[in-house]
Design a protein around this ligand. Structure first.
Ligand SMILES: Nc1ncnc2c1ncn2[C@@H]1O[C@H](COP(=O)(O)OP(=O)(O)OP(=O)(O)O)[C@@H](O)[C@H]1O
Ligand SMILES: [Mg+2]
Length: 241
């Protein structure tokens, strides 16, 4: 049976889509069968991050509302052995979708995939509850900003209330010179504020930003410090599931 990994944040723009797509790509490179699901209804962008924007015909709202079969919405990323995307819709909710619909979809996908990685929308509204309905673990992404850290802690409590027992967090966009200056929260301060275990830290790096904008998961190039760091973080997440 596969595992469902929810990638979420309270604050928007902290790197969920970049993290989820690279995690999916890395796991596929390691020989796992992976499906990425973009749950940003009305604001899809994982297709761009993977360079698959011209391949989207059916989306996750079509699957959840029964408009198409799962197979019809799976977009294969041919650069990787077994990586698929189910895109979000470009319109807001097309039909009435509930957390139960999502849980059923995850349970079906678990039979055929090793990992189902869900790119959640930012915020704490009902769309997050739908996105997280089938999650085995929540990976909370935060950045070294007091507002983002507080939002991450709020999200952690929400997931606890929703019954997502396994939670872990990642600090993204870390600029070491700024952290050393003492002008923004330190890693120790963030660790103090967060209850779950930390999976790792990702530096702010222009190459990550450039790769995402060109539809290339940065982990595709093996042996870089970024790829090695992603590999370590993913290992910790898998150990926590
Ligand atoms: N470690 C990093 N270094 C440099 N740029 C990054 C890094 N992580 C993400 N980015 C850039 O930051 C921006 C936001 O990333 P991304 O879209 O993944 O965030 P998000 O949390 O999914 O946003 P949203 O809440 O809007 O869905 C993008 O332009 C991305 O390329
Ligand atoms: Mg996103």
């Amino acid at each position: 049976m596969g595992k469902v990994i929810l990638v979420a944040s309270g604050k928007g723009g902290v790197g969920k889509t970049v993290f989820a797509s690279n995690t999916g790509a890395k796991l596929a490179l390691q020989g796992h069968k992976v499906v990425l699901i973009d749950m940003n209804m009305g604001l899809r962008n994982m297709d761009i991050c993977l360079g698959l924007e011209s391949n989207v015909v059916y989306d996750v709202a079509d699957v959840l509302s029964g408009m198409c079969r799962i197979k019809q919405a799976l977009i294969r990323d041919r650069r990787f052995p077994d990586l698929y995307l189910i895109s979000a819709s470009q319109n807001r909710q097309k039909a009435e979708i509930t957390p139960l619909h999502m849980k059923v979809l995850c349970n079906k996908l678990k039979r055929n995939f090793d990992y189902i990685i869900i790119d959640a929308p930012a915020g704490v509204d009902e769309n997050l509850e739908i996105a997280g309905a089938g999650a085995d673990i929540a990976v909370i992404i935060t950045v070294p900003e007091y507002a983002a850290v507080r939002d991450a802690d709020t999200l952690d409590h929400l997931f606890m209330d929703l019954g997502i027992k396994k939670r872990i967090y990642v600090i993204n966009m870390v600029k070491s010179n700024l952290i050393c200056s003492g002008l923004i929260p330190s890693i120790a301060e963030i660790a103090e504020a967060m209850k779950p275990e930390m999976a790792g830290i990702i530096q702010y790096d222009d190459n990550i930003h450039i790769a995402a904008n060109n539809g290339i998961p940065i982990v595709y190039k093996e042996g870089t410090y970024i790829e090695k760091n992603f590999t370590r973080i993913i290992k910790r997440i898998l150990e926590a599931i």
